[in-house]
Design a protein around this ligand. Structure first.
Ligand SMILES: CC(C)(COP(=O)(O)OP(=O)(O)OC[C@H]1O[C@@H](n2cnc3c(N)ncnc32)[C@H](O)[C@@H]1OP(=O)(O)O)[C@@H](O)C(=O)NCCC(=O)NCCS
Length: 215
């Protein structure tokens, strides 16, 4: 049975994910792993073939799956919808050294980079990105298309709505059982922010303690 796997996006995010997928699936002699990117002229990047989306869909394969390596939650959602409309399906990339404890439910299409930790009793939606060294603590609920840049520390009882982006090294204070700390839909948490209060939907916060970004 032939398995064609595409890492959609040959930018920084994709180039950090393809080697993880290669480790995950490389032992399967029937699998072929490529970049999918419509904006790149190169036919090869880092020794891996680059196909357009149309080209990817046209390659004969018994099974064909895509992982979306696009950091922007909004762009990732747009591409996911385009892939679904074209009949593509998704796969999860998970580093071998990621730690996942008890009762963790992760939706389809997640990218889980090396050194990521999930403790217990966590629910996460579709197409989550957990970049290098990020962690999610107990009793968190995370929506669809959420991105954690490297080193995000999300403590317990935090609820993050769809499409939120958390920048590198952001630190999120724990909520309490029944009173989670909430980060709203489409919110952006700047790199290095220390979030101590709820973040409204669509807001950008920065700093320690995190405040709404001016301008
Ligand atoms: C918060 C963020 C989204 C703002 O981006 P932006 O709208 O393009 O903002 P600008 O770069 O124009 O900066 C606007 C002001 O905010 C300040 N600022 C930007 N990001 C900041 C941050 N994370 N913390 C504190 N201040 C920040 C800038 O210094 C600038 O201040 P000034 O007007 O006094 O010079 C962005 O800076 C950020 O933190 N992105 C996450 C980056 C990241 O984690 N990447 C990971 C890649 S894998």
């Amino acid at each position: 049975m032939s398995l064609l796997l595409g890492i959609y996006g040959a930018g920084g995010c994709g180039r950090g994910i393809l080697p993880v997928a290669s480790q995950q699936f490389g032992a399967r002699p029937d699998s072929r792993l490529v970049f999918v990117d419509d904006g790149v002229r190169a036919i090869e990047i880092n020794g891996h073939e680059v196909l357009s989306f149309e080209g990817f869909m046209a390659v004969p394969a018994e099974e064909r799956r895509i992982a979306l390596a696009i950091a922007s939650p909004q762009q990732r959602q747009e591409v996911a919808e385009r892939c679904l409309a074209a009949g593509a399906s998704f796969f999860e990339v998970r580093a071998a050294n990621a730690i996942v404890m008890d009762e963790v439910a992760i939706g389809e299409g997640a990218l889980i980079s090396p050194f990521v930790t999930f403790t217990s009793n966590i629910r996460i939606g579709r197409h989550f990105h957990a970049n290098l060294y990020s962690s999610v603590e107990h009793d968190c609920v995370i929506g669809d298309y959420v991105t954690f840049a490297p080193g995000v520390r999300c403590n317990g009882n935090v609820h993050i709505a769809d499409g939120a982006y958390l920048g590198a090294g952001a630190l999120i204070r724990q909520g309490r059982p029944g009173h989670p700390l909430r980060i709203g839909a489409g919110a952006v948490v700047g790199m290095g922010a220390v979030v101590t209060r709820d973040v409204p939907a669509g807001a950008t916060v920065v700093g320690n303690p995190a405040r709404l970004m001016k301008g």
